[in-house]
Design a protein around this ligand. Structure first.
Ligand SMILES: *Cc1c(COP(=O)(O)O)cnc(C)c1O
Length: 377
């Protein structure tokens, strides 16, 4: 099945019980048992719910894994994956991971003895040097947020395999429409489905897909034990969002290409970060491992004051956290999504006060360019 068909016909297309073409919302917490332990596969909705299962089967197919899991947020999904580890275990992560990931790892998981080292995973020698006897996993985000750095997934998976590390990839920015890390050697793929997968700024959700039965069993145990599940209504919204994922990603891509061209030629833009640019340091890796470069672009206008001016003047770009929705969004990572990263660390990473991040929506590209033009004046 090709990608676009899979978005519509993957997973459990329709309800086997009724023939309903749109999978129903099973708004239910518990299920009748004929005798103790004799039931139709469902006992209690934390453990399993048909609508959530339909979504989990669909994302499993999209990511080409063994089993999918849906959580109440991307952070719940990431936390559940981290709960596969124990006190004394060590994990290596990409240095400019999503701010919330940095926060949960450095301020919550550290308290229960899970150690972490943040390294530039575009440099696999740095990854190798960070490996310790108790290292259990390599956790990569690619492309990253907000600097759009790209890690070579195939090469990184090789390093993980050679050192017996679980290889975990946050695939939020690319989506399974453009990039399927499991086919490149990942053991676990996860998403903030709040972003492109949902796509309409109306649901907060997380997804995990694993590539083997033992991991599936372990993660289901964590999911059922800790309980951060996605509800049936939100599961349904994701199933609906996924149907147009392909159309949306193509539209984001086409618009982004035009906007990047405009920004590249603008005198007020000092630096631009986009993996689709030939000047991007990992352009060839991005091109080889993903079908598209995505709809996220960051650019530096030189100072916090200038960035604030742009934010104030734009009409079609909504000032908001989050990304990946049909509407274009704009943010200043230093003060918003990455505010939880200490300022000296932000400077080290290159997340300057003048850095603006845009999530290009699917409006008409001419309107978006016109808007940026007047805002940059
Ligand atoms: C938003 C985001 C998360 C966190 O997901 P939530 O749904 O907000 O909990 C994790 N990783 C990346 C790359 C994100 O953009």
């Amino acid at each position: 099945m090709k990608r676009k068909t899979k978005l519509i016909h993957g997973g459990i297309p329709g309800d086997p019980a009724t023939g309903a073409v749109s999978f129903p919302i099973y708004q239910v917490s518990t299920y009748k048992q004929e005798e103790v332990g004799v039931h139709k596969g469902y006992e209690y909705s934390r453990t399993g719910n048909p609508t959530r299962f339909a979504l989990e089967e669909l994302v499993k197919d999209l990511e080409e894994g063994k089993r999918g899991f849906a959580f109440g947020s991307g952070m719940a999904a990431i936390t559940a994956v981290m709960m596969l580890f124990s006190s004394g275990d060590h994990v290596i992560l990409t240095d400019d991971v999503y701010g919330g990931t940095y926060r949960v790892v450095s301020k919550v998981l550290n308290r229960i003895g899970i150690e972490a080292t943040f390294v530039d995973t575009t440099d696999l020698n740095a990854v190798k040097e960070a490996i310790k006897p108790n290292t259990k996993a390599l956790y990569v985000e690619t492309p990253t947020n907000p600097l759009l750095k790209v890690t070579d997934l195939k090469a990184a998976s090789q390093v993980a395999k050679e050192n017996n590390l679980l290889f975990i990839v946050d695939n939020t920015f690319s989506t399974p429409y453009w990039q399927t890390p499991i086919t490149l050697g990942a053991d676990i793929v996860l998403h903030s489905a709040t972003k492109y997968i949902g796509g309409h700024s109306d649901v907060v959700a997380g997804i995990v897909v694993v590539n083997d039965d033992k991991l599936a069993e372990d993660l289901h145990f964590v999911q059922n034990s800790t309980g951060g599940i996605l509800g049936p209504q939100d599961s349904w919204l994701l199933i609906r969002g996924i149907k147009t994922l392909g159309l949306r990603m193509e539209a984001h891509e086409a618009n982004t290409k035009k906007i990047v061209e405009f920004l590249s030629n603008h005198p007020s833009v000092e630096k631009i970060y986009y993996p689709g640019l030939e000047s991007h340091p990992q352009h060839s890796i991005a091109k080889a491992q993903a079908g598209g470069f995505g709809g996220m672009v960051s650019f530096d206008v030189g100072s916090g004051e200038k960035a604030a001016q742009v934010l104030k003047k734009v009409h079609y770009f909504t000032l908001a956290e989050s990304l990946g929705a049909v509407e274009s969004l704009i943010s200043v990572p230093a003060q918003m999504t990455h505010a939880s990263i200490p300022s000296d660390r932000r400077a080290e990473l290159g997340i300057t006060d003048g850095l603006i991040r845009i999530s290009v929506g699917i409006e008409d590209a001419d309107d978006l360019i016109e808007d940026l033009k007047q805002a940059l004046q």
